[in-house]
Design a protein around this ligand. Sequence first.
Ligand code: AKG
Length: 286
Amino acid sequence: MGSVGETILDAQERMKREGWCVIPDVIGPEHTQKVLDELWSVAGSASQRGEDTFLPFLDPNASNVRVFYLLEHAIFRELIQHPTALHMVKSVLGQQFLISNFTANVARPGSKSMGLHSDQSLVTPDPWTRVEAMSVVWCLTDVYFENGATLYVPGSNKWQRRSDISKNAKTNLKPFEAKAGSIVVMDGTVWHTSGANVTKDQDRALLFAYYTAPHLRQQVNWTRKLSKEVQESLSPEMEEWLGLGVAANLGEAILHLKYLDDQFAEEGGSSNANTAAAFAKSSHSR
Ligand SMILES: O=C(O)CCC(=O)C(=O)O
């Protein structure tokens, strides 16, 4: 018991059952501090550029500090590809997925809860009959109820429509508590909100890496947002995960296409899958 492998297996089991899990010690204290320092530096330059870090349609007051477009910065591009995060993403969404968004929400003392939502409900209409989105939440500080841990409704991953939202959801909320350096993995069907930070002086800093199935439109148009230099520095995988190839939606389905004569042949028959695969691959390169 207690090995990393077993912890991840347990985590995957909980994901299937309950839609979430916590994996501790994914990054060490120094790395965590470095990411947190960089986050504050990016937040400062975003404010200087005139970008809002408080959005009234999301949060009740400015004690929530939101930072967007983290992927403009190398340290966050590295984090979103962390092997443990990708392992969890692939185990939930499969080998094909997109990076939809990567943002920060620092709940400072005095912050209050946003609206209850599921992340999947923000990008696709109901019914939500299968998991097509998920978040990997990076804890840059210890996270607990009093400093505003994310609150979720147990069992809400089974809700398929807005009409399934239970009347007592607000009183059933439970915190995702974790130490700095952990990740909370939450599939897109779990209904949740930010907690209120009722401490005097303890920040709660979280990063939200949002991944979706490849047929869902991303929340950010990375082609527009990332500079040419950044785009040219990316690995082929990152280019694909960010949806930066020329082919926007020629996914797996074309691999199943066969010529009509072959499709209905009694036995054998060739397929044009290899040609289609080669086309999809070539249209991903610039
Ligand atoms: O900050 C939190 O705890 C939750 C944030 C969230 O769910 C969101 O921004 O969509």
